[in-house]
Design a protein around this ligand. Structure first.
Ligand code: BES
Ligand code: MN
Ligand code: ZN
Length: 494
């Protein structure tokens, strides 16, 4: 099932490969770079391009049949008129990988004639190919042998500069490995992905990359007075988990970047129960936490010379006779009291205590990611992450990271005026501020628990999971926000 990546040097026309993928820009023509491929295909490439059967539009594909040996199949993939970036390369490679799996070939060569020595593009090809082959089949009965297709196992990236592209290949593999962790957790049903799953994944990452692991359960959280987090866990017999991973790649005295994730293994809404239609999607409500885990894996692989702490809070929001109910008041670990208006606004309650917990690591900056509000899906749809924060420099850096990683974010206001909406008559705060500006009041709620460090909040409710096939990403978890986290940390190195 695992995919291997390697660089391939030399003239693509003389490759012996079951599938050569050539990524071409809009208005593709028979350039001198691809001309040598025409002879082995007996002129089919020139004819196809002359007839304009393939024009290089974004996501366009055309398969040409090659010979018995040499280039056995040639797949043209269009990347459109946008400039060649990590994102455009990623998209083309994902489409190619999906096509490879349909064909049943086990190896493919990826070639971008005008970008073969562009590190960003090489990295994107690796991430895209991995995304295109990703699948979650643990719970499916395999089809009978005769109906099975071989799966893509080896990806070769064609480049004329293998030495210079080695790091790019490794970086792509690291990000892909991180995204695979996040996606797997996101697709796992709520009865398979439990808070203890985060402990297991945390242990695995910690042991492979030499990170320090801290795990808190209900009793430890009680000692920390995490009444906000704990009230969400009140309705479930599952042990809630706070998992912290410390990666120390930088100088001992360097303040860490702290990544924080909402890890609701399932969100029924609790006593303020959600309607039945589409409730099953709420297994993805741990995508922020999955993103933190994935980012820690990638950062560990990249061996970045920075200090990074990943913190996740995981539980399941369930109604029960013991569950927290509307009108209850709870006290968070910073002493603030919260009136619970709606038990379905549970993510912010978990994050509140995580943000207080983060303070002990003396963060240089903290970024949290959460599938926090349905309102962000209404506001920004499935194409942009909602970006909020208290520090413009950090916000700008996160926006730049998201852009580079192909997980674009969009800035949202956190003006004081909105704070009126979360004032309570009986407590310091209430946990919802009504329908208006629902994503903003959620962010302002979080801000009440940020103590003195620069902070950015990512609402990934619209972007962590896709309910439709996006072509280059199959229906399901997208891997967001792994790329943004990793890119943000990497940018601090250079
Ligand atoms: N996990 C949900 C947010 C969500 C809703 C994500 C729909 C994706 C699609 C969150 O815990 C939630 O239920 N938020 C409520 C808050 C409300 C009660 C103030 C929401 O958005 O409806
Ligand atoms: Mn909820
Ligand atoms: Zn939720």
């Amino acid at each position: 099932m695992s995919l291997t990546f390697a660089l391939a040097h030399g003239q693509p026309s003389s490759l012996d490969t079951p599938l050569l993928v050539v990524v071409l820009p809009a208005d593709a023509s028979l350039t001198s770079a691809i001309l040598p491929l025409d002879a082995p295909l007996n002129g089919a490439l020139a004819r196809t391009l002359a007839r304009r059967d393939f024009r290089g539009g974004r996501d366009e594909t055309l398969l040409l049949v090659g010979g018995e040996v040499g280039v056995q199949r040639l797949l043209l993939v269009g990347r459109g008129s946008a400039p060649l970036t990590r994102t455009t390369a990623r998209r083309a490679a994902a489409i190619a990988a999906r096509q490879a799996n349909k064909l049943g070939v086990t190896a493919m060569h990826l070639w971008i004639p005008d970008g073969a020595a562009q590190a960003d593009a090489v990295e994107g090809l690796v991430i895209g190919a991995a995304a295109g082959t990703w699948q979650y089949v643990d719970l499916l009965t395999p089809p009978p042998e005769k109906d099975r297709r071989a799966r893509l196992a080896a990806v070769h990236v064609v480049t004329d500069d293998t030495d210079a592209m080695r790091d790019a290949l490794a970086a792509g593999e690291a990000v892909a490995a991180g995204q695979a962790i996040a996606k797997r957790l996101g697709q796992m049903p709520g009865n398979y992905c439990t808070p203890d799953t985060f402990v297991e994944v945390g242990q695995d990452i910690a042991s492979r990359h030499g990170m320090k692991l801290t795990v808190l359960g209900r009793a430890e959280m009680e000692k920390e007075h995490m009444g906000s987090f704990l009230c969400v866990a009140q309705g479930t017999s599952q042990e809630p988990r706070l998992v912290a991973l410390e990666y120390r790649g930088g100088p001992a005295d360097q303040q860490p970047v702290v990544l924080i994730g909402k890890g609701l293994c399932f969100d029924t809404g609790g006593i303020s129960i959600k309607p039945a239609p589409e409730m099953e999607w709420m297994k993805f409500d741990m995508s922020g936490a999955g993103g933190v885990m994935g980012a820690m894996e990638a950062i560990g692989r990249l061996k970045l010379p920075v200090n990074v702490v990943g913190i996740i809070g995981s539980t399941t929001n369930m109604p029960s006779g013991e569950a927290v109910k509307p009108g209850d008041v709870v006290r968070a670990s910073n002493g603030k009291t919260i009136e619970i208006i709606n038990t379905d606004a549970e993510g912010r309650l978990v994050l509140a205590d995580l943000l207080v917990f983060a303070k002990r690591f003396n963060p240089a900056v903290a970024i949290d990611a959460a599938t926090l509000t349905g309102a962000i899906v209404i506001g920004l749809g499935h194409n942009a992450v909602g970006v909020f924060g208290s520090d413009q420099g950090a916000i700008d850096a996160v926006l730049a990271a998201g852009q580079a990683a192909g997980e674009p974010g969009w800035p949202m206001p956190t003006w004081d005026d909105y704070r009126e909406q979360i004032k309570s008559d009986v407590a310091d705060l209430k946990n919802t501020g009504g329908r208006a500006a629902g994503s903003i009041t959620a962010a302002l709620f979080l801000q009440e628990f940020v103590d003195g460090y620069p902070w950015v909040h990512l609402d990934v409710a619209g972007t962590a999971y896709s309910q439709s096939d996006l072509g280059w990403i199959p229906k399901g978890p997208t891997g967001t926000p792994v790329g943004t986290f990793v890119e943000f940390v990497r940018a601090r190195v250079s």
